[in-house]
Design a protein around this ligand. Structure first.
Ligand code: URA
Length: 294
């Protein structure tokens, strides 16, 4: 690895750690996995039984990173990052090797972050108007993580992401992909509801970023789906419209990131559902799974 790439990667790691600290994450114990527990961890459902497995041919998916990312982001790619082994690794730095933590340990780490989120008052307006924080939900060892925008009224009431109308549509998409909601990990750019469901401000997204990065770091998904332009723009620091970001993978640490339309947009524009279905086919094909239209 050349010196420039090394410096870039170290800078990315430092910035991410600082964003964690700005978000109020002051400590996180790195759990050393108990070898006994490793063998007790339940096997991950690789694929539901009816799925057809395609030969995995990742080379078809090698997509050049768009200029906007190469110019503006500090997202380390698999090739140019230095990855300390797990014992030296700082939490919050995007992973470039697979986490070896068992499910229970990941859940324990997520619980610590969730407690810190519940006490967060970095965004005074959001902290004073929320019913509760909405941290995230799902399999702490999920292969796929969904990232949405921010809680709405239903999520604010129930404390869980994507439980309103958009969430019901998301559930249908998950079902069409022959998956269960519980197999996926679901979070948002923000953990508090913006009043009137307005878009998150840049400052709010930055305040909450450390929490999101912590969730990504702990769950360590192979794939992240950004639902809508707010998720895509904030995770990848891109200003491209979502229509231009679709149809290719981006790197975020170890994860491959796919961007698609938000379910709320689909409720208003049902004709875009076919585009989202194409995106799901593209995602699952990369995982070696052929999705069948029912
Ligand atoms: N929309 C989102 O982006 N996230 C939610 O949790 C609910 C609706």
């Amino acid at each position: 690895m050349n010196q420039n790439a090394n410096n870039r990667s170290q800078r990315a790691a430092r910035q991410l750690l600082e964003s964690w600290q700005r978000s109020g994450i002051t400590h996180l114990k790195r759990v050393v996995p108990d070898p006994k527990l490793v063998t007790q961890d339940e096997p991950e459902p690789e694929t539901p039984s009816e799925r057809t497995i395609l030969p995995v041919s990742r080379d078809v998916q090698t997509v050049a990173k768009p200029e906007i990312l190469t110019q503006q982001t500090v997202v380390p790619t698999k090739e140019d990052s230095t990855e300390p082994d797990d014992s030296q690794k700082e939490m919050g730095v995007p992973r470039t090797t697979k986490s070896n933590l068992v499910k229970a340990d990941r859940q324990a780490e997520l619980d610590i972050i969730a407690d810190q989120v519940a006490q967060c008052k970095k965004c005074p307006e959001l902290a004073s108007t929320r019913t509760q924080t909405v941290f995230g939900v799902g399999n702490p060892k999920a292969k796929i993580m969904f990232v949405g925008e921010a809680p709405g009224a239903d999520e604010d009431k129930q404390g869980e992401p994507f439980v309103g109308r958009a969430g019901k549509l998301l559930d249908k998409i998950i079902e069409a992909c022959q998956m269960k909601r519980s197999e996926i990990y679901i979070a948002n750019i923000l953990r508090c509801r913006p009043p009137g469901n307005r878009n998150p401000s840049d400052e709010e997204a930055a305040n909450c970023r450390g929490f999101l990065d912590a969730q990504i770091e702990i769950v360590d998904p192979d794939y992240i789906v950004c639902w809508g332009s707010v998720a895509a723009k904030n995770l990848l620091h891109s200003d491209l419209p979502i229509g231009k970001m679709r149809g290719q993978f981006y790197d975020y640490g170890r994860a491959r990131v796919l961007c698609t339309y938000h379910p709320s947009y689909l409720l208003r524009n049902p004709s875009a559902k076919k585009n989202v279905w194409e995106d799901m086919i593209y995602l699952f094909q990369d995982m070696g799974i052929e999705l069948k239209s029912s």
